[in-house]
Design a protein around this ligand. Structure first.
Ligand SMILES: Cc1ncc(COP(=O)(O)O)c(C=O)c1O
Length: 321
């Protein structure tokens, strides 16, 4: 029996082609993915609009899901259309107006050798009502901690894929930051530049220019990131993509995280713990308050995800259509 304590409003999830009660689990403890992280996943959100729940950039998420699956040589046993249909069904069956959606493909029970030769690929989809990922207090700005560990480098693993096993680094860094009293971690890459948060991309603003990095800096190029770059260009905001030195973050006028879970979360304080041999240094970003550009982009983004700007309705998949 499983309670849905931290999965508000989750009543049913989808697996093996049908819905199951949340309290019932179907996975054996010897499932391959549980031991080696041989899974891929997506994090998607649906928002309440005047036409009912709408999923933000569903085709792009499903595309990335298949890309991730290919990096771990999974034969996905469903088509993209079938997965889209199952996602909509899960939202409807749970009566969710807005939702965080988690599809997961994993090597299931079969053999336990590192190569999952006899372990079938299985899909499961859940959705629940998930609020602000970093908690409501970060709305006024998060205090982040640059951890001593470097982001796994793109020469070591394909960082454009959302591979389950890769997230153990995110988990450890997230736990470390919180255990020291910070809201979230930030990871540098092997080059010593800013990479990303454990589950978020990073933007800075300097002299009116919005800047972020890309996959050459060992990041997952988020779908929110791509959306914000497009929105910013439409708003006439100058954008620049390139490596982000950590000093650029310390001296930025504004900084924020972007991601499906966090949406846009301001970063107002940074503590540099990247060199364990040195004392930690603390920096305030800009005025220490949520910045002007952050506010503008957040406002646009909130209107877009709720279907209030026609031009961007192309990014929405209505669940009831
Ligand atoms: C490591 C990492 N970086 C960035 C992101 C942001 O990506 P997206 O905007 O597609 O949610 C995520 C979340 O998926 C992530 O896990």
């Amino acid at each position: 029996m499983f309670e849905n304590t931290y999965f508000p409003r989750a009543k049913k999830y989808w697996q093996k082609g049908k819905l199951h009660d949340w309290s019932q689990a179907l996975v054996h403890s010897m499932a391959h993915a549980l031991h080696y992280g041989s899974s891929v996943f997506e994090g998607i959100r649906a928002y309440n609009t005047s036409k009912g729940p709408a999923i933000f950039r569903l085709p792009e998420h499903i595309e990335r899901f298949f890309h991730s699956a290919a990096t771990i040589k999974m034969q996905v046993p469903y088509s993209k259309e079938e997965i889209a249909r199952a996602i909509k069904l899960v939202i409807k069956e749970n009566d969710l107006e807005s939702a965080y959606i988690r599809p997961l493909l994993f090597y299931n029970y079969g053999n336990l050798g590192l190569v999952p030769k006899y372990s079938p690929v299985e899909l499961t989809i859940a959705a629940w009502d998930w609020g602000a990922y970093l908690g409501p207090k970060t709305e006024k700005g998060a205090k982040v901690y640059i951890v001593p560990w470097r982001r796994i480098h793109h020469s070591q693993l394909d960082m454009t894929a959302k591979l389950g096993g890769m997230y153990v680094q995110s988990t450890i860094c997230g736990m470390e930051a919180r255990s020291q009293g910070y809201d979230e971690a930030v990871l540098l890459n092997l080059e010593g530049n800013i990479a990303e948060g454990p589950g978020e991309n990073i933007f800075i603003v300097k002299d009116g220019v919005l800047k972020t990095n890309d996959k050459r800096e060992s990041i997952l190029e988020g779908i929110t990131r791509a959306s914000l770059l497009e929105i910013a260009a439409d708003l006439g905001i100058k954008t620049h993509i390139g490596p982000l030195a950590k000093e650029e973050l310390f001296q930025a006028d504004e900084a924020f995280f972007s991601g499906t879970a966090v949406e846009i979360t301001p970063i107002t304080r940074v503590v540099d713990g990247s060199n364990p041999q040195e004392e930690k240094k603390e920096f305030t970003i800009g005025s220490g308050e949520v910045g002007e550009l952050n506010r503008r982009l957040s406002k646009s983004y909130q209107n877009i995800i709720r279907g209030k700007i026609e031009k961007y309705e192309k990014w929405l998949t209505y669940v009831n259509e």
